[in-house]
Design a protein around this ligand. Structure first.
Ligand code: ASP
Length: 437
């Protein structure tokens, strides 16, 4: 039975003509890949400049009344490199002239920034022989520039359903007055997710330059394994801890409908990548712990008072103090006579003394202390942390490596185990825990 796959290709996957050829091969290999969403050309090499950044530079110069032509020439050269090889008939000069005219007469930031995706999608549509779909007509923003997801789903569904296949430009849309608005950076992931939700796709493929989510930071662990399956919830924790493969707003539209996301590598298309799913397919053995991630720059505030546990309002006062100061906290752990707060150190740098003074005045604690230079490690795995075996192995690994644990926390949701260790021991702890995966 024919399935419907939405395949989104990121900037590095569309950086130059060779990548366009690779994409054509990938798309032609599977006729289910009917709807293709694209980013603007990204970096071809580490010091290269993304086309979106060149376009933003054009706009900045134009808005300041300066000469933007050198940047526009670079934009044109990037696309020229692509069209010369893949679509020599493409009217690039005409398109650049339209952009030049816009920049000269009424430069708008979002319009300028969106032209990388617009041109890339048109070129790829020509190259593949697919219909070009301009999100100007089906990705809907309100007049304040906020995406209207419900309206977008309806409009996108109506635009895409009658088509056999199409290339859709990512990253932008328009409001009722036709004014172009962009999503936040990396937003083509979101366009892809919205398209997949709108047409009830069977799968949302996200093609990038890595073979999926890694089980640990490769700067700390040498060649960590790729995570084969991850749940939407686990992914959210991983993203929160800094592992970025996907725009965070890209998960919700598809997870709401249970559409799986497959992270794939354009350079190694035969690799299966990572599947982000609601539930594991039957028979698929789940690794108990799927990944370990962490963040440095944490501080711990320890507040102790005998009989705290009998004073029901104690924690409420603490939370109130934080709320009034608009000071978010990462964790709040309560013990019999103590409350421990984990807060990002940078948020405390300006207000520590004041905050301590307020705590002293309002709570009169027996003991109040601040511990700095901590890191927080998340051991992630919905299934893994359900069994005490996995927790035991993690703790054993840390003990063997002689790493002292400052805080430890596992909520009833059991999605992850959060362990605080000193920054000095951070990398060692990550490596020790990785061995248990
Ligand atoms: N081209 C845009 C950016 O560089 C959007 C995207 O790539 O998704 O952020």
């Amino acid at each position: 039975m024919m399935r419907t796959v939405v395949a989104k290709f990121g900037g590095t996957s569309l950086a130059g003509p060779r990548q366009f050829e690779a994409i054509r091969e990938i798309v032609n290999k599977d006729p289910d890949r009917r709807f293709i969403v694209v980013s603007a050309p990204g970096k071809r090499f580490p010091d290269d400049i993304k086309v979106t950044d060149l376009l933003l530079a054009c706009w900045e110069e134009a808005a300041a009344g300066n000469d933007f032509e050198p940047y526009l020439e670079q934009v044109q050269a990037r696309f020229q490199e692509i069209v010369s090889r893949v679509t020599p008939e493409f009217p690039l000069e005409q398109e650049i002239a339209i952009l030049r005219n816009h920049l000269q007469t009424d430069p708008q930031r979002d319009y300028a920034a969106s032209r990388g995706e617009y041109l890339n999608a048109r070129i790829l549509a020509d190259y593949l022989g697919f219909t070009f779909v301009d999100p100007e007509w089906c990705v809907c923003f309100n007049e304040n520039g906020v995406l209207d997801q419900a309206m977008t789903r309806r409009a996108m569904g109506a635009s895409l359903r009658p088509l056999k296949n199409a290339v859709i430009a990512g990253f932008y849309g328009a409001d009722m007055n036709g004014v172009i608005h962009t999503l936040s950076r990396g937003g083509s992931d979101v366009t892809g997710s919205l398209a997949a939700a709108a047409i009830h796709a069977d799968l949302y493929e996200n093609w990038t330059d890595v073979s999926g989510l890694l089980a640990a930071d490769p700067k700390i662990v040498m060649s960590p394994k790729t995570v084969r399956y991850v749940s939407y919830r686990e992914l959210r924790t991983l993203s929160y801890m800094g592992a970025s493969v996907l725009h965070t707003d890209a998960v919700l539209p598809v997870s709401d409908m249970g559409i799986p996301i497959n992270i794939r590598n354009t350079l190694l298309p035969e690799e299966p990548g990572t599947m982000i799913v609601r539930k594991l397919p039957k028979g698929e053995k789940k690794y108990p712990i799927i990944a370990v991630a962490g963040q440095q720059g944490m501080s711990v505030i320890q507040i102790e008072k005998v009989m705290v546990s009998d004073e029901s309002g104690f924690s409420a006062i603490i939370l109130d103090i934080l709320k009034n100061r608009q000071l978010p906290f990462e964790q709040c752990l309560t013990g019999i006579d103590s409350v421990t707060l984990v807060i990002r150190s940078e948020l405390l740098s300006e207000c520590k003394e004041d905050l301590f003074e307020e705590i002293r005045q309002k709570l009169d604690p027996d003991f109040l202390a601040l511990k700095e230079n901590l890191s927080m490690i998340a051991v992630i795995g919905e299934k893994g942390t359900e069994t005490c075996d996995a927790n035991v192995r993690v703790l054993q690994a840390l003990t063997r490596a002689d790493i002292q644990i400052s805080t430890i926390n596992q909520g009833a949701g059991k999605l992850n185990l959060l362990i605080g260790v000193s920054e000095e021991k951070y990398e060692e702890a990550i490596r020790a825990i990785y061995q248990t995966i």
